[in-house]
Ligand binder design. Structure first.
Ligand code: NAD
Length: 349
């Protein structure tokens, strides 16, 4: 593997750590992109990578993304990410989790971990037995923390409303047609908020039964997962996969607004310009989907209650509007503007 600082995704990361504990089966990378605003917060991904370079690239890319997301959410947290290199069967053991907790602890709070792909809530509880630098623990009565999905869904709902106001000039979402790709934790929660607010829903999920059941419950329509990205609607809300805005899908889009919770929706940075060229208003993903990180960060930083979490999530529309204002003023597409704002906030402008 080339030296990590020669990789294209290296972005003057403050530090990069490799932890190995062969007895416990642990190989982990912890990348700290920035601590400018506070301890580097970001989840742990437990994943089988094709090779160590792929794991390093993931850690570099995801930790930079966390710096941007945390900064734009107005959190006193920097950005970091851990990846644990899993075997091909993705087998975990208590020893591996304990060794990982010890690794996080060694960093003395420069990095604060949380849940990500392949790490369960139980893993987080187990990690907390070996380090206090962990967030996303089950919430105490009325407290912050726990499953980030509902908080993310709430933030995306508020962001959709802001996008509808901005892009369609409508003060609320009653009667507005929203097409949601993926109705899991985030997309399902969003659908419920939208239904309660009187929106018209078209839902699609790889798990067709899931979309059908929710459409029945909420009075919407379920369609084939392959058809959702080209459907004619007021808003497309991607809440499943990344990279769904790409060379193949952008020409076929049939909506004036895209606002959804999925991470990394643009396959490449220049796809932001391609979406803008189609006259579509785009809500940058890490700005609109910050509700979950707000929930776990406030739990870690303050032991704040739900009201404080919801108040911070309520700031998402203002942050989106600030991005759209600058986009309108400069002509730069919203994702590019959001990156620039985040870089300035972390002292790299
Ligand atoms: P989830 O696993 O609960 O739900 C994802 C849903 O998408 C599932 O129902 C799945 O069947 C469906 N899906 C997968 N591939 C699909 C496809 N090709 N077409 C249609 N549906 C498909 O996951 P989630 O927690 O709801 O996360 C959804 C997205 O939001 C992910 O991109 C995630 O990274 C992002 N996100 C989640 C959170 C959170 O708090 N959970 C926070 C920020 C960002």
């Amino acid at each position: 593997m080339s030296a990590p600082w020669t990789l294209p995704d290296f972005d003057d990361h403050e530090d990069l750590h490799v932890f190995r504990d062969p007895k416990a089966g642990l190989t982990a990378i912890i990348a700290i992109h920035s601590t400018h605003l506070g301890p580097a917060g970001g989840g742990t991904r437990f994943w089988h990578y094709a090779d160590p370079a792929a794991a390093m690239t993931d850690a570099l890319r995801l930790s930079r993304g966390m710096s941007y997301k945390n900064a734009m959410a107005g959190l006193a947290m920097g950005g970091g990410k851990a990846v644990i290199l899993a075997d091909e069967h993705r087998q975990k053991s208590p020893e591996l989790i304990a060794a990982f907790a010890a690794a996080v602890d060694k960093l003395g709070g420069r990095y604060v971990t949380a849940q990500d792909v392949g790490i369960s809530q139980q893993d987080i509880i187990d990690i907390s037995k070996g380090t206090r630098f962990v967030s996303g623990l089950p919430p105490k009565q009325g407290g912050a923390g726990g499953d980030p999905g509902p908080s993310t869904a709430l933030g995306v709902f508020l962001g959709v409303k802001a996008a509808v106001a901005r892009g369609l000039g409508k003060a609320d979402v009653a009667g507005v047609h929203v097409a949601i790709q993926g109705v899991g934790s985030v997309g399902g929660g969003l659908a419920r908020h939208l239904a309660a607010a009187g929106a018209r829903l078209t839902l699609a999920d790889k798990d067709a039964d899931r979309a059908l059941a929710l459409a029945k419950e909420l009075g919407g329509v379920a369609i084939d997962a392959d058809a959702i990205l080209a459907i004619e609607a007021d808003v497309l809300s991607p809440c499943a996969l990344g990279a769904i805005l790409n060379d193949a899908t952008i020409p076929a889009l049939n909506v004036p607004v895209i606002a959804g919770g999925a991470n990394n929706q643009l396959a490449r940075p220049d796809h932001g310009a391609a979406v803008q060229a189609r006259g579509i208003l785009y809500a940058p993903d890490y700005v609109i989907n910050a509700g979950g990180i707000i929930n776990v960060a406030l739990e870690y930083l303050d032991q704040a209650d739900r009201a404080a979490v919801n108040a911070k999530i309520a700031g998402i529309p203002d942050r989106l509007n600030a991005v759209w204002d600058e986009s309108a003023a400069t002509g730069d597409h919203p994702a590019c503007v959001a990156d620039r704002m985040a870089q300035a906030l972390i002292g790299r402008g």
